[in-house]
Ligand binder design. Structure first.
Ligand SMILES: NC(=O)C1=CN([C@@H]2O[C@H](COP(=O)(O)OP(=O)(O)OC[C@H]3O[C@@H](n4cnc5c(N)ncnc54)[C@H](O)[C@@H]3O)[C@@H](O)[C@H]2O)C=CC1
Ligand SMILES: O=C([O-])CC(=O)C(=O)O
Length: 269
């Protein structure tokens, strides 16, 4: 029988708490062993009703687990990632945009034996993008539309004095590559970073971000023009109650990703 893997989760917000609850309810081959949080008291309260409450530890101590899932703000990414990678563990990032300027971590993982597994998260179709990228790819684009409040607080908006609260018609607030999108919108377009890593890289992956009062869902459309196929795919995510920037599908995608690490039958590349 396959060995059970222990899981540590950094951050118990819209993604982390849902993921923790699902693991506590039982996912074959996985055991939630530890969590970390900014507010330790709140974390203890959040896990109090769990069947098997995990330990509440520091971000660095999570690296005792076989798998470390980062579900914290991008600012905490480096601390969490470095500990897991130095310990040679499986590191599953949510704040994927924070990985783009830190690709040295991938080089370091090669030396320590760690693996970095980027979940599809709030996006779709990364299996097809990866397959297409094994051949020639002409272009990859992503258009993200969110209700204006789903973009609030982004550093790019502040720098360009864009008040999304005042937007009444669909407005394109950013056009550029995935690297710049991830820096300007660290809490909003991790999907663009994941797409870039799956396909042709952050410089060549082009991103448009729209503040759209006409949508109630976080909507992402990917377009790929490749030698083997042309893809157009759209996902419309229900924003989570805890954090409207984050689609409800994100923790579910991470559960599916973790399941794929231990399951006998795995579907999709
Ligand atoms: N890859 C993807 O498709 C997606 C990625 N994300 C990203 O995932 C990350 C988490 O998202 P959410 O759960 O929605 O955020 P959230 O804001 O709901 O939760 C983050 C949690 O981390 C905690 N935290 C703050 N500082 C911490 C620290 N230093 N150490 C440990 N925990 C800390 C906060 O108290 C909060 O409970 C964000 O960076 C977000 O942008 C969000 C949606 C989709
Ligand atoms: O949940 C979403 O729609 C996407 C998101 O916030 C992100 O990529 O950071």
């Amino acid at each position: 029988m396959a060995k059970e893997l222990t899981v540590g989760i950094a951050g118990l917000g819209a993604i982390g708490l849902h993921l923790a609850r699902q693991l506590d309810a039982g996912v074959q081959g996985l055991r939630l062993a530890a969590v970390s949080a900014r507010d330790l008291k709140k974390a203890q309260a959040n896990i109090a009703g769990f069947k098997t409450p995990p330990m509440v530890v520091s971000n660095a101590e999570l690296a005792a687990c076989d798998i470390v899932v980062e579900a914290a703000p991008a600012a905490a990414f480096e601390e969490i990632a470095t500990a897991a990678i130095e310990a040679g563990k499986i590191f599953v990032p949510s704040s994927v945009g924070a990985l783009l300027p830190r690709m040295h971590l991938v080089e370091r993982a090669k030396q320590t034996g760690a693996r970095i597994i980027v979940p599809t998260g709030a996006l779709l179709g990364l299996d097809a993008v990866r397959a297409a990228a094994e051949g020639a790819v002409e272009s990859v684009t992503i258009e993200t539309r969110k209700p204006p409040r789903g973009l609030e607080g982004a550093p790019y908006l502040k720098q360009h004095a864009i008040d999304v609260g005042a937007i009444t018609t669909a407005t394109r607030v950013f056009k550029g590559n995935a690297f710049d999108a991830a820096q300007g919108f660290p809490a909003n377009v991790n999907v663009a970073a994941a797409l870039a890593l799956a396909g042709i890289g952050p410089e060549r992956t082009m991103v448009e971000i729209w503040a759209d009062p006409g949508v109630t869902r976080n909507t992402h459309t990917i377009r790929v023009e490749a030698a083997a196929a042309r893809l157009t795919m759209t996902i419309e995510n229900v924003p989570s109650e805890e954090n409207p920037r984050t689609g409800k599908i994100t923790p579910l995608s991470i559960v599916a990703c973790l399941r794929g690490l231990t399951s006998t039958l795995k579907v999709g590349s």
